[in-house]
Design a binder for this molecule. Structure first.
Ligand code: FES
Ligand SMILES: [Fe+2]
Length: 407
């Protein structure tokens, strides 16, 4: 049972809340699509953990990431001129290099050469991978940028898209690691398929088994069929906001999905999806479909007063939810709980074990951080992510070991 206090500790990320400070200090965060940043183009405003930033691409192609407010008097650097490998604030012309150095202060009369070197600039390290800019928003020395298997793939093998939703980030993670809704919420998408994902139809009641790992945990959702066979779906949770989803069919060359629930502020998140394939180019049809439908999804999930655009006529004609898009089913259920669901009012069942485990790990981590310790998932030995891949498949019996399924 989650208390009100624990719920606050889990969910709040703004205004110096412990969780926000921990996430910023210990973990890298995907911030913006790389494709939105053009060399010498418009800087892009980004909100994370309730704070405002700008991202931009300099003349030579490097990415800069700064506090949005100009270090002089706070004018938005989204308005700045972007030229000559620097941003120049339009108000008084202070010029900030890509490395965060103030190069010119044209309105200062007394010794501007000395003065400019004293100006503190809030600049953050940034790297690019899988079509996204990743930043580290802590203070001091940055941990190494994450080496996930999708980070260095060519563009045709990794594709990112995201949608901002009116919900706290913890709801986003919990949606991602909840295997038990697959055969119920998404049942209309499973009925015409012989895939491993569709095989979850054999049993709506899930038995969970877990393996604790340094980076988080592996959650095996086991479904037993009538003649004893078993379908395993093994989701990887990587602290603090990654869910690696088992592919629709298991096998080395399958397209894979990771979902990242990034806090924008206390009551909003961006749900980033990265589709990737480590062996071959992604299925191009899937890429275009995603890009087309997601802006529409935003309109649907924001329309609470119209019952989130649910189509009852579809439901009368065999569609379980009244939505034709599988991700909209996920988004709407998550947002319909309200911006920050009151977890002290829940009534959990045995299918919620992954969610309980996630909350416990996150609470342990934030309490350790507050006590001045480094949580297990932020220690150097936990930061090698290169071999982590979600898996699944069919086993002859529920007593077989899912841990030996190929990853
Ligand atoms: S506010 Fe930016 S230069 Fe003055
Ligand atoms: Fe789902």
């Amino acid at each position: 049972m989650t208390t009100r206090e624990e719920n606050e500790l889990l969910t709040r990320v703004e205004n110096g809340a412990a969780m926000g400070r921990m996430l910023r200090q210990l973990y890298w965060v995907p911030a913006v699509l790389s494709s939105r940043l053009e060399a010498d183009g418009a800087p892009v405003r980004v909100k994370l953990f309730g704070d405002r930033f700008v991202a931009y691409r300099s003349t030579d192609g490097r990415v800069g990431f700064l506090n949005e407010g100009c270090p002089h008097r706070g004018v938005s650097l989204a308005l700045a001129r972007n030229e000559d490998n620097a941003l120049r604030c339009i108000f008084h012309g202070w010029k900030i290099s890509i490395t965060g150095e103030v190069l010119e202060v044209p309105n200062e009369v007394s010794n501007p050469e000395c003065f400019r070197k004293t100006v503190p600039v809030k600049r953050y390290p940034a790297v690019e991978g899988a079509g996204l800019v990743w930043v580290w928003l802590g203070t001091g020395d940055a941990p190494p940028a994450p080496n996930f298997e999708w980070m260095n793939l060519p563009p045709e093998q990794a594709y990112a898209c995201g949608l901002e939703l009116n919900s706290n980030w913890v709801q986003g993670v919990e949606a991602t690691i909840d295997s038990s809704h697959i055969a119920i919420l998404h049942q209309s998408h499973l009925s015409n398929s012989a895939s491993d994902m569709a095989a979850t139809r054999i049993n709506t009641a899930v038995r969970y088994q877990f393996e604790d790992t340094s980076y988080g945990f592996r959650a095996a959702a086991l479904r037993e069929g009538a003649s004893g066979e078993c379908v395993a779906r093994v989701t990887e949770f990587i602290m603090p906001y990654y869910g690696l989803i088992p592919p629709i069919n298991t096998g080395k060359s399958q397209d894979r999905t990771v979902i990242i629930a990034v806090p924008v502020d206390d009551t909003h998140l961006i749900q980033w999806y990265i589709f990737y394939n480590t062996e071959r180019p992604l299925d191009s049809i899937k890429r275009t479909q995603r890009a087309d439908t997601w802006p529409m999804a935003g309109g649907i999930v924001d329309s609470a007063d119209q019952i989130w655009g649910q189509n009852r006529r579809l439901m009368k004609h065999g569609n379980h939810t009244g939505y034709t898009d599988i991700v909209v089913e996920d988004f709407v259920t998550q947002v319909s709980m309200g911006p920050i669901v009151d977890r002290s009012e829940e009534y959990l069942c045995s299918a919620d074990q992954a969610i309980v485990r996630f909350r416990r790990q996150l609470l342990q981590a934030v309490r350790a951080f507050e006590a001045g310790d480094i949580p297990r998932s932020a220690r150097p030995e936990a930061r090698d992510y290169s071999q982590i891949t979600a898996t699944g498949g069919r086993m002859a019996s529920i007593d077989d070991d899912w841990r030996v399924l190929p990853r």
